[in-house]
Design a protein around this ligand. Structure first.
Ligand SMILES: *Cc1c(COP(=O)(O)O)cnc(C)c1O
Length: 373
C-alpha cells in the first residue's frame, strides 16, 4: 500500500530565511531593476575594493536585505523602504564631520564588545550581524565586519567587568541585531549575565519584527517572558514597516507580557513629514509599543543624504507635540558627537529663577509659577 501523502506545510524556519538573505548585487538585480544611482554605488564599490582604499572601505556597510523586506519595497527609487535598504552613490560622499564611529564607542569601551558611557548602564555589542543592514547605520566601524557573535573569552571579560562594577544596573543587548543568534545562544548569554548579576535590568534592541517577523516565534516570546525584567526595543522607521506579519510578531511579544518600546531614526525622504511620524507613533501605541526615542541622525560616514536639519527636526517635533499624547510622543534626542552622550531636543519652556519660585514662559507667551520648595 502506498503511504498517505501528508501535504507539506508551507513553513520555513526563520534561520533559513535569514541565511537566504540577499547580500550580492547579482541576487538583488534578479529581483529589482536598479536605478542609476543604486547601480553607480556598486560600480564604485568594485573600484574602491580593487584599489583597497582601506580608509573608505572601513566605513562601508555590506548589502544585506531579507526577501521579506525586499517584497515590501516599491519600484520608485524614492520609495521610503527602498531608501533604507538599497545603497545609493551618495554613500560614497563623506561629509566634513562624518566618521565611521561618530559616537566614539571605541573610546568608551573598557573591554571588547562593551560600551560604558553612562554610570549605571552599559551596552553590549552581541554581534556585528543584522538580517537587514540599514544604509544609514551609525555603527559602520563594526557592523558586517565578520567578527560574528561574542566569543566565550570576550564574554568572560564582560562578566568580570560587570562583577567589578556594581554601579551598572542596566544592560542593553545591541549590535548588530542580537536576534540573529539562535534562541539557545542568545538565552544562554542572557542567563550567564543574569547569573553573575541577578536583578540587572535587560533590554534587547532589534529590527527583526519588521525585517524578519518569523524570527519572533511564540517560543522566543515565552523565553523572554521567563527572564523579566527584559525589555524589547523595536527599531522601526515607517508605518509601512508595520505589516500584518510584523503586527503578529509584536502581538506574540505583547501577549506573552514582554514590555515593548520603539526607537526611530529621523530620515530625509523616509519619515521627515509630520503626517508620517504621527501615523507611525499612533500605530505603535495601538500595538502596545511605547515610542521611546526619535533620533537625530548621527554623523556617520556617507549618510548626509539622509540627514534632516536639526531645526527642521525641532519644528516637526513641536507640531507632533500639539497632535499627540505624551504616551505616543517619543523623546527627540541627539547622541552628541565624540561620546558627548544623548541630549533631549524637545524644547523646554523658558524658566526663570525667581526668589521663591520658578517662572515658566510658555511658547504661547503665558507665564506660570511653581514654588521652589
Ligand atoms: C543610549 C545608550 C544607553 C541607554 O540609555 P538611555 O537612558 O536609555 O538612553 C546606554 N549606553 C549607551 C552607550 C547608549 O548609547
Amino acid at each position: 500500500m502506498v503511504g498517505i501523502r501528508v501535504p507539506l506545510r508551507k513553513f520555513t524556519h526563520w534561520s533559513l530565511e535569514y541565511r537566504r538573505r540577499i547580500q550580492t548585487r547579482k541576487r538583488l538585480e534578479r529581483r529589482i531593476a536598479l536605478s542609476p544611482s543604486e547601480s553607480n554605488y556598486f560600480k564604485r564599490l568594485e573600484q574602491e575594493g580593487m584599489q583597497e582604499s582601506a580608509g573608505r572601505m572601513g566605513g562601508v556597510v555590506p548589502v544585506s536585505i531579507t526577501t521579506y523586506y525586499l517584497n515590501l519595497v516599491g519600484s520608485e527609487p524614492t520609495d521610503p523602504l527602498r531608501l533604507q535598504c538599497i545603497p545609493r552613490e551618495e554613500e560614497w560622499e563623506a561629509g566634513p564631520l562624518e566618521t565611521a564611529d561618530p559616537l566614539s564607542d571605541q573610546t568608551f569601551s573598557p573591554v571588547p564588545r562593551l560600551v560604558h558611557r553612562y554610570r549605571d548602564r552599559v551596552l553590549l555589542l552581541v554581534t556585528d550581524q543584522c538580517a537587514m543592514n540599514c544604509r544609514f547605520c551609525f555603527r559602520r566601524h563594526f557592523v558586517g565586519k565578520n567578527q560574528g557573535a561574542i566569543r566565550q573569552s570576550e564574554l568572560d571579560h564582560v562578566i568580570q567587568y560587570l562583577k567589578e562594577h556594581l554601579e551598572v544596573k542596566e544592560l542593553l543587548l545591541s549590535g548588530g541585531d542580537p536576534l540573529t543568534l539562535s534562541d539557545e545562544k542568545l538565552f544562554a548569554l542572557v542567563d550567564t549575565i543574569r547569573f553573575s548579576r541577578p536583578g540587572i535590568v535587560l533590554r534587547v534592541s532589534s529590527r527583526m519584527p519588521v525585517v524578519l517577523p518569523s524570527r519572533i516565534t511564540r517560543r522566543f516570546a515565552y523565553q523572554m517572558r521567563n527572564r523579566q525584567p527584559f525589555w524589547f526595543v523595536l527599531h522601526v522607521n515607517h508605518p509601512r514597516e508595520l505589516t500584518q506579519e510584523a503586527e503578529q510578531a509584536l502581538k506574540r511579544l505583547a501577549d506573552a507580557g514582554v514590555p515593548l518600546l520603539s526607537q526611530t531614526v529621523l530620515l530625509r525622504g523616509v519619515n521627515d513629514e509630520v503626517g508620517v511620524l504621527e501615523e507611525l507613533f499612533r500605530s505603535l501605541t495601538a500595538r502596545r509599543i511605547k515610542p521611546y526615542y526619535l533620533f537625530q541622525m548621527d554623523l556617520a560616514q556617507g549618510t548626509s543624504h539622509f540627514r534632516v536639519p536639526l531645526d527642521r527636526g525641532m519644528s516637526l517635533m513641536r507640531e507632533l507635540k500639539n497632535r499627540l499624547s505624551a504616551l505616543s510622543l517619543p523623546t527627540y534626542a541627539l547622541d552628541l558627537p565624540n561620546g558627548g552622550g544623548k541630549v533631549s531636543l524637545i524644547d523646554p519652556p523658558r524658566m526663570i529663577e525667581g526668589e521663591r519660585e520658578w517662572i515658566f514662559h510658555t511658547p504661547e507667551g503665558r507665564e506660570y509659577r511653581y514654588p521652589k520648595e
